[in-house]
Design a binder for this molecule. Structure first.
Ligand code: SAM
Length: 279
């Protein structure tokens, strides 16, 4: 779809792209093809797409024969998608705010699905946090994100961008910035660069549901006060002797800052802090 075709479609449904909904439509056909090649959708597999817009990416995903569930919040676009994909057996539209969807109901434990989207930037952190909380998170995700968000999720320890969402996400996924994408490929142009970022589930830590909840609680606590010494922060919530023993066992100083610690150490720390004491 070129800019003229997109403008015609916008006029036909009587809408102007909204900033609040991150309505920056992807115009570059080569990039759309690149995304689909990278994701390599397979016939009959389940793929979730958030924010299908006019369906530029959706039509390519549908053509692969994968079963596409698309979530669109804007009712004018939802109407357009219903019309466009009417009678397409492998397409299902959910007209909803993706931040309010009960994904655990759609994808219960044991579900096998992947996720591909040009995400509206305003919901990307909430949506990714929702995905990593699922009992069976997607085995793979490929997202267009604001470049800073991609850098945050791929950041190494000791980097300013390394935070709680980084740790929780990387406890499940290897995160790779695949491509930096300039504003020119969108209409309207966003004010920032974007990045195509892949998330491959690695299975290195075999964390249970409760392990993941505990990790999330511990890293949010620590990174909310990231400039403070870890010993002090943790002792505000956990018994002091337990904190000291856990830090000693990991050979981490009480004065250490959380952003210095790699993901695996933070996972071990959380597991030690929540370990039942045996008498
Ligand atoms: N996929 C299209 C493309 O690549 O051209 C559109 C992508 S555009 C960046 C984001 C899309 O997400 C828009 O269609 C917008 O209406 C939709 N959207 C915004 N907020 C949403 C939300 N909370 N839930 C579901 N869709 C949302």
């Amino acid at each position: 779809m070129n800019k003229q075709e997109l403008t015609d479609r916008l006029n036909a449904v009587g809408m102007r792209p909204g900033r609040g909904l991150g309505q920056n439509f992807l115009l570059d056909g080569n990039l759309l093809e690149w995304i689909v090649r990278k994701a390599a959708p397979r016939k009959d597999e389940e793929i979730l797409e958030v924010g299908p817009g006019f369906g530029a990416l959706t039509e390519r995903l549908v053509a692969s024969g994968a079963r596409i569930t698309a979530i669109e919040y804007d009712h004018r676009l939802a109407d357009e998608l219903r019309r466009r994909f009417a009678g397409t057996a492998n397409f299902r539209l959910v007209e909803a705010d993706a931040c309010k969807v009960n994904f655990g109901g759609h994808y219960p434990e044991g579900s096998d699905f992947r996720c591909v989207a040009n995400l509206p930037y305003s919901i990307s952190s909430v949506f990714i946090a929702d995905m990593v909380k699922l009992p069976s998170p997607p085995s793979y995700m490929l997202f267009m994100l604001q470049k800073e968000m991609g850098e945050r999720l791929a950041a190494p320890p000791s980097c300013k961008a390394y935070g709680a969402l980084t740790v929780v996400t990387r406890s499940i996924y290897d995160v790779t910035i695949e491509k930096i994408v300039p504003p020119e490929v969108f209409f309207p142009r966003p004010e920032v660069d974007s990045a195509l970022v892949s998330f491959k589930r690695h299975g290195r830590f075999a964390l249970s549901d409760s392990d993941r909840k505990h990790l999330s609680t511990v890293v949010r606590l620590l990174f909310n006060q990231r400039r403070k010494q870890m010993g002090k922060v943790l002792r505000g919530v956990f018994p002091a002797d337990k904190v000291d023993r856990a830090l000693d066992e990991l050979a981490v100083s009480r004065e250490e800052r959380p952003d210095k610690l790699p993901v695996e150490t933070l996972i071990e720390l959380s597991s030690l802090l929540y370990r039942e004491e045996k008498n």
